[in-house]
Design a protein. Sequence first.
Length: 276
Amino acid sequence: MTTEGNGQPGQGVRGEMQQDRFVAGQDLTRWKSPVGRALATGVQWITNLLGPYAALVITLGIGLVVAIALAAAFGEVYESVVEADGVAGLDHPALNAAKSIRSPALDTITTAYTNVGGTVGMPILAVGIMLLLALRRKSWTPVILMLAAGLGSLLMTVLGKPLFGRTRPDLSDAIPPYEHSPSFPSGHSLNAIVIAGIVAYLVILRVKTLRGRVTTIAIATVFSLTMGLSRVYLGHHWLTDVLAAWALGVAWLALVITAHRLYLTVRTSHHKEVAS
C-alpha cells in the first residue's frame, strides 16, 4: 500500500493533506492553545528523527499510557462513589426497569444484537471497515488509528476488570448465555463507543456536507448507546458499568484524535517545507 498515493485525488498522503485537514471549515493542523503548540513541536522533533508514522505510533503509545492511568484514577473515584451508594443508586432501578419490558422475542433480538459487540463480532466488523478505508484511501493511517483505538479499549477492559473485580448482577436477573468475568467496565460498551467513534471520525474527514456529518455522528451515537443499554437489558452489567465505559471511551477517543491531528500537522508542515 502506497504512502504517497498514485496521483488520484483523495488517496495516500496527498489525499490526507487535501481532504482530512479541514472539517466544517476548521483547520485541524492549527493549534490555538500553548499546550497544543508544544505538542506539535515535540511531535515535529520525533518526526524529523523517525518519520511521521513512527511519530504517530509513539504519540499513540504515550496516549495509551495516559489513558490507562486515567482509567485507574477513574476507577478509584468510581469505587468510592459506589461504596457511598451515590451513582450506584441508579443500578437497581435501571435493572428493574429493563426486566419490566422483557419478552422472549425482545430477549432473542437483543442477545443477537449484543453479539455484534462481542469478542468475535466486533473484531470482524472493525477489521472489515479498517481494510475498506485503508484500501480506498491507499493509506496506512486508518489501520494505525483503528488498531490503536481498539487496542486501547481492549487494554482498559482487560486491566480494569481484575483490578476492581466488581460483581455482575445476579444470574437470576440475567438472560443466558451468562457471563462470569468481573463487571467493571463494560467491554461491549467501551469497545462500541471507541470503534464507532473512530470510524465516524475517519468518515467525517471525507464527508463535506452537514447532512452527511450529522448522519454519521447519529449512526455512531445510536450504535454506541444501544450497545451499552443492551448490556443492562440482558442483566449482564450494571448501568454504572456502562456509564463508566462510555466516559473512558470518550477520553480515549479524544487522545487518538489528538494524535491524528498532530500527525496531520507534521505532514502538512513537511509538505510546505518541501514545496518551498
